[in-house]
Structures are given as C-alpha cells and as structure tokens.
Design a protein around this ligand. Structure first.
Ligand code: KIV
Ligand code: ZN
Length: 432
C-alpha cells in the first residue's frame, strides 16, 4: 500500500494549527447487526446475520454488536448459534443491547450463557423530550431507573462467572440531554459497576438524532471527557447518526475531543439517515497516513456482501467505494491524473491529483479511472490507449485523434470505453 501525508502542508513556518489531529485509530464497534439491522425493510435472518458477521470479522472489527436478543427471537437464536457453534474468534467480543428493564435483562443474560467474553449494553432515555413526553419522569427518576437496572446487570453477571463481562451504558439521545443530567446518570451507573483502569466499562454517548453542527457534539463529548468521575476507568464511546449529513465529521471531531471508541455501520447503514459510516472514517484516517487497523483491501467484496445482506444499494458516489469515485469524466482531470500516475514513485507519498488515495489500495483498478465522453480531452484518451493497449501516441496524433473521438462522442451522446477508442483508432489509422 501507498504512503500518505499526515495532513496537507500549510506552508507556514510558525504554524500553530491544526492544533488537533487524529494520530491513532479509535476502537471500532460495528452495530451493523443491531442498529443497521433494525433499520431494514426486511431484517436479516440468522444465516444472513452470520454471513455479515463473518465479513465484519474479516474486515478486522473486534467489537461487534450482534443484536437485541431480548427483543427479537432471531437475534436470540443468532447469539445462541454464535456461542454454541463457537463462531466467535478469540480476539472478537460480541455485544448485545438491552433496555433498562428487569425482564429484558434476564433474557439478555440467558442468551449469552456460555459466552467467553461479552459486552452487555444497557440504555435508557435521558433526554428532556423523552422524560416529559414519553415517560413522564424527572431526571432523578431517570437516574434511579438506570441505577436499579445497572445493579441487576451486575447481579446477573456474578451468577454467570464463566463469561468475562464488559458493561456498557448509553444515555439515549445524549446529543439532546442537558450535560449535568447526562453526567449525573452516567456517574451513578458507574458507581454501581465500579470499573477500574484494568477492567473498564464503556460509556457510549449517542447522537441518537444528530441535532447540531459536529463541533457542538464534539464539545458535548469533550465536556463529558473532562467531567466524568471515573474517566480513567471508562472507554468513552461515540455513536453518531447522520440526520444532518455530518456524522463522519462529528465522529472525527469527537475523537479529537477525547473519545476512544466509535460505533457505526459499514457504508453508513442504520436508522433513518444511518449510523456513521465506519468505512469512510477508517479510510479518511488511512488517507492521512494513520492505519485504521481495518482491512478494506478488497472493498468491492465487502460492499457486495453488505448490499446483499441489507438489500440496500450503495450510492455510486459514496466515498471510497462508489462505482464512480475513482472515475474522472472531465478532460483536465484526466490529463492531471495521467501525469500524476506517470510521476508517482512507489516509495513516495501519494500525490496523484484528484485521487485522494491509490485505488489499488482498496482493490480498485486504474482501468476505471479514466472514461471518455464528449467533455474529455486528449489526456484521458491517451491514457486509456497507453495503459490498455500499449499505444504511446505522439502529441500531434493525440490532438488529431481526440477530434475524431469528440465527433463520435457528440454524435452518440455516450461514453467511449477503452475498447471503443481502440476500435476507432484502428479504423482511422491502422485499417488499410
Ligand atoms: O442511537 C441510539 O441512541 C442507539 C442506542 C440504543 C445506543 O442506538
Ligand atoms: Zn443508534
């Protein structure tokens, strides 16, 4: 794979910014099989979940939320199958969601019988709209509910000592909860669980609904990072949704603001506008020279599996994976790419104009980079004939032949493939 610069050079000697960059990847948690799954027209069955689980494992995610077993029989059966058939690699931890309710917690622990290691993820609503409109509860009552059920979780865990338990708590719609209320509930839950630096608990701060510009969410996360009572015993996690279209930025700023862990889905599946896209986050890091610890060297294979399991198509312009994202249509772009490719040395920083990363690093090919239509110039045409057919055209011939290409493209109104270009070239210059 290529080398990438940490961030663009700013050209100032006394540079004081950027004052924060991400220098190591967060812990990744995939909730494709839970948050992603609950947002599908047709939720996945056990076999489909297993297929996607195995893909997520292959990508390298080490924490995977596999379902909500107390709410769905399919999820319950899936958790049982994972455990009974020993499908969970040693270095992967499964996670399950539960509401803060006695019967659901009991069923959750039943589903996890015999697990080697598991994260039990409890949540309850803390945001004022829920307190007032949905549950008619005061902040104190919300805290008491969380504490009561946190105790139950601890008791159940003590009765199943064969499992290494990790506890996770989410105040729901953290993004809409008053910070002192969120802190009060989280601190109270942690008082029950008593995490230590050796045995941490996870505090997850969901932007259940994305409500603000990403810097505000990051400020909220930073405030918790600075004010939580047992910060050194907590893995601080974020869970951005994408209602304003800024979940990736929100996650990146939140990591800069102190978060250790990010929950999201491959290609941004999830409720409404989706959870934050783990692939974009990971490859954004990669393109800045920070290896994300995830493997997207065959991104198309991952995309195909996700599309088949979710029955949702990935947009052709989706960052890093869309069909069109390594394609240049305009002539000036094609020309710059061609020159960049020619100048690029294998051991130098990646520097090809218009291409943020080397497509080969995600298993894409150069062939699809340059397409020729009526907007294209001679550079792209020359590139396709050179890379596809070994034809190096002198400059004058490039100019002459590109006029012929433009005429055909104008007349047909379509794009010309490398093969069509070669056929046209053969007709014009080679066939007697
Ligand atoms: O978005 C959300 O708040 C959730 C919680 C259950 C963590 O998915
Ligand atoms: Zn969510």
């Amino acid at each position: 794979s290529r080398k990438y610069r940490a961030f663009p050079p700013v050209g100032l000697k006394d540079r004081t910014w950027p004052d924060r960059v991400i220098t190591r990847p967060p812990v990744w948690m995939s909730t494709d099989l839970r948050d992603g799954n609950q947002a599908l027209f047709e939720p996945m069955n056990v076999a489909t979940k297993m297929r996607l689980f195995e893909t997520i494992v292959r990508v390298g995610v080490k924490e995977i939320e596999v379902g909500f077993p107390s709410a769905s029989q399919i999820d319950y059966d899936f958790v049982r199958k994972l455990i009974e058939e020993d499908r969970i690699p040693e270095d992967v931890t499964i996670e399950v969601l539960t509401q803060a309710r006695e019967d659901l917690i009991a069923r959750t622990f039943e589903s996890l019988r015999g697990a080697r290691r598991a994260i039990v993820h409890m949540y309850n609503a803390t945001a004022p709209a829920f307190r007032r409109i949905v549950f008619n509860m005061t902040p104190d009552q919300v805290r008491e509910l969380a504490v009561r059920n946190a105790r139950l979780i601890k008791e159940h865990a003590a009765r199943q000592p064969e499992t290494e338990w990790v506890f996770q708590y989410s105040p729901e719609v953290f993004s809409g909860t008053e910070l002192p209320v969120a802190k009060d509930v989280v601190d109270a839950v942690m008082d029950v669980w008593q995490p230590t630096p050796e045995r941490k608990a996870i505090v997850n701060l969901p932007a259940t609904v994305e409500m603000s510009t990403p810097n505000i969410y990051a400020d909220q996360v930073e405030w918790m990072h600075r004010h939580l009572k047992r910060r050194d015993s907590i893995v601080l996690s974020v869970h951005p949704h994408n209602d304003r279209g800024t979940a990736v930025a929100a996650a990146e700023l939140a990591v800069m603001a102190g978060a250790d862990r990010v929950e999201g889905c491959l290609f941004g599946n999830g409720e409404r506008t989706g959870n934050v896209d783990l692939v974009t986050l990971a490859l954004n890091l990669y393109s800045q020279g920070v290896h994300p610890g995830l493997d997207f060297s065959d991104i198309n294979a991952v995309a195909r599996t996700v599309e088949e399991c979710t029955q949702l198509p990935i947009h052709p312009r989706h960052p890093y994976v869309g069909d069109l994202v390594f394609t240049a249509f305009s002539g000036s772009h094609q020309d710059a790419i061609r020159k960049g490719m020619a100048a690029q040395r294998a051991d130098a920083y990646w520097e090809v104009p218009y291409l943020p990363i080397d497509p080969a690093d995600v298993g894409r090919t150069y062939d699809s980079i340059v397409r020729v239509n009526s907007q294209s110039g001679k550079g792209g045409i020359a590139f396709l004939l050179e890379t596809g057919y070994g034809l190096v055209m002198p400059r004058r011939l490039q100019v002459e032949f590109s006029a012929a290409v433009q005429r055909v493209a104008d007349a047909t109104g379509t794009e010309l493939s490398a093969q069509a270009l070669w056929e046209l070239f053969s007709e014009e210059y080679l066939v007697p």
